[in-house]
Design a protein around this ligand. Structure first.
Ligand code: GLY
Ligand code: MN
Length: 500
């Protein structure tokens, strides 16, 4: 693709009709690479000779009924108010190229749709409840040239669903998104809330009828609405973990090429699996060899991969429906832990075991963090990195002294976002009990920085994290990422089986 694709919408915001209407203003000639001048004959030719490809009798997408239940909960929370949930817009990378689009999680959760520029609107009904509608861009108009002359025309970006098709797939009435702002502004008397941060144009259009405080309340509610996953979501997270296991397996198989090149080979290997089995990676892969493992969010991934050192790989596949796994393994690059690496690894493993055991219904969300931190503190005392003459484990935990080497919280909710439900209220999340259907990571780690003069030299530059995705069940938990080995000897056997 080398041609310039200047969007028509800027010249002609209202002019591009829908598939149901007659042609509006023709899209004017514009800089369009080879075809900067459009003859009348060519314009006439491009209008006709196209088959009717409308799809009929479509089945709803599998999550349609689940999304409807979520909208019902939203409707019950905000009676009499209009709720606006944008999907977000494309962002320019340079000139006429855009970053790849990823729809807002709130919009995806409530619709199952992933279309850019779309908007879900819940309009309050006089009799109570709401009418939910999805505002979408219709198929390109072929009469006025939008189809082939507009940068977002279907000839350039691919066929979209018609509004009628989307209606069948989503189980929602659909409307033309180009009329959304005008229609919503027309009734300024209805109290309105919008999820901010995704569609600046629509936020601006509704600025006079929305307030930041009330919009924040909406965001917080929608974040909390995702705390307990339904059966369909659990299936998606299971699939994300399965694909992620495959990605880690690919990386181990290709460790030799990573040694010959760099951490980038690992990043690319995992990403290939994510793109083939899912939509993408769910967050920037952390491919941290050697001392890079002590940098918590090492995503530059441009370092050497050296036998004898450890590889900390923190990566997750995002499914086609945008649910992500979040898994970390710390692997000996030559296939075998040396004694110090094993000692540190086994301590983190013991901390993770304690953390996972604390994930059960009725337990507090914080229990798994406390359990893991206690085990790590005990090891730091036993190794003499914290002075056992001065502190006992209770004092270490009270003062948080272990955190010099444990650095981060032991886990977080997981779902459409890798750090899911991050805006929800403390009372329903951080300070609440675990409930069946919650999915969270348990990911303790120990990190000894290269310049840390408080630890023996041989510790410096070693970082270990083990992370799994844990579903709270009725009677305990299930490790969704158990397809990857965790114990040090099992990790070695697994690697030997793949590389030997
Ligand atoms: N996996 C990255 C994180 O949890 O921050
Ligand atoms: Mn994580």
């Amino acid at each position: 693709m080398t041609e310039d694709r200047t969007p028509a919408a800027a010249d002609n915001p209202e002019g591009a009709g829908t598939e149901e209407t007659e042609a509006d203003q023709p899209v004017k000639g514009r800089k369009n690479g080879l075809y900067s001048e459009v003859s009348d004959e060519l314009a006439a030719s491009m209008k006709s000779g196209w088959a009717d490809t409308e799809l009929r009798g479509l089945e709803p997408i599998p999550q349609a009924s689940y999304a409807a239940a979520r909208r019902a909960a939203l409707s019950a929370q905000f009676p009499g108010e209009r709720i606006v949930v944008p999907a977000g817009n494309l962002r320019t990378r340079s000139n006429d190229t855009e970053y790849s689009f990823r729809a807002a999680s709130e919009y995806v959760h409530l619709t199952g749709d992933q279309t850019e520029d779309a908007v879900l609107v819940l309009e309050p009904l006089p009799e109570g409840g709401h009418l939910a509608s999805c505002y979408l861009l219709p198929r390109s108009n072929r009469e006025n040239g939008e189809f082939w002359l507009d940068g977002q025309g279907e000839l350039w970006v691919g066929r979209r669903n018609s509004l009628a098709e989307a209606e069948q797939l989503l189980g929602l009435p659909t409307r033309d998104v180009r009329k959304a702002a005008e229609e919503l502004k027309a009734d300024a008397a209805t109290p309105t809330r919008i999820v901010r941060g995704y569609d600046a144009g629509l936020e601006g259009a509704l600025a006079e009828i929305t307030t930041e405080d009330r919009d924040d309340e909406l965001k917080v509610f929608l974040s909390g609405l995702r705390l307990v996953k339904d059966d369909w979501e659990i299936g998606e997270l299971r699939a994300a973990c399965t694909a992620t296991v495959n990605g880690f397996t690919d990386v181990v198989r290709e460790l030799g090429q990573a040694v010959a090149t760099s951490e980038r080979w690992i990043e690319g290997t995992f990403w290939r699996r994510a793109r083939v089995e899912g939509n993408d990676i769910g967050y920037g892969s952390i491919c941290a060899a050697g001392p890079h493992a002590t940098t918590l969010h090492w995503v530059r991934n441009d370092g050497d991969v050296r036998p004898g050192e450890l590889l900390l790989l923190d990566a997750g596949v995002e499914t086609h429906t945008l649910y992500t796994a979040d898994v970390t393994r710390t692997l000996p690059i030559n296939g075998t832990f040396n004694p110090l690496q094993r000692k540190i690894y086994d301590a983190v493993y013991a901390a993770q075991e304690a953390g996972i055991a604390a994930v059960k219904p009725g337990g507090q969300f914080r229990d798994f963090h406390d359990a893991s931190q206690r085990v790590l503190a005990e090891h730091l005392l036993a190794w003499g990195l914290l002075d056992p003459q001065t502190y006992d484990v209770e004092k270490v935990l009270e003062l948080g002294l272990q955190r010099r080497w444990t650095l981060h919280g032991t886990g977080h909710m997981l779902g459409l976002d890798v750090h899911d439900c991050a805006h929800s209220r403390r009372e329903v999340h951080a300070d609440a009990e675990l409930v069946p259907g919650m999915v969270l990571t348990v990911e303790p780690g120990l990190y000894f920085q290269q310049d840390d003069l408080t630890v023996p030299e041989e510790y410096r530059g070693i970082g270990v994290r083990i992370e799994d995705d844990i579903l709270v069940t009725a009677d305990g938990n299930e490790n969704l990422s158990a397809g990857l080995p965790r114990r040090s000897d099992e990790v070695e056997a697994w690697m030997a089986g793949l590389t030997g």
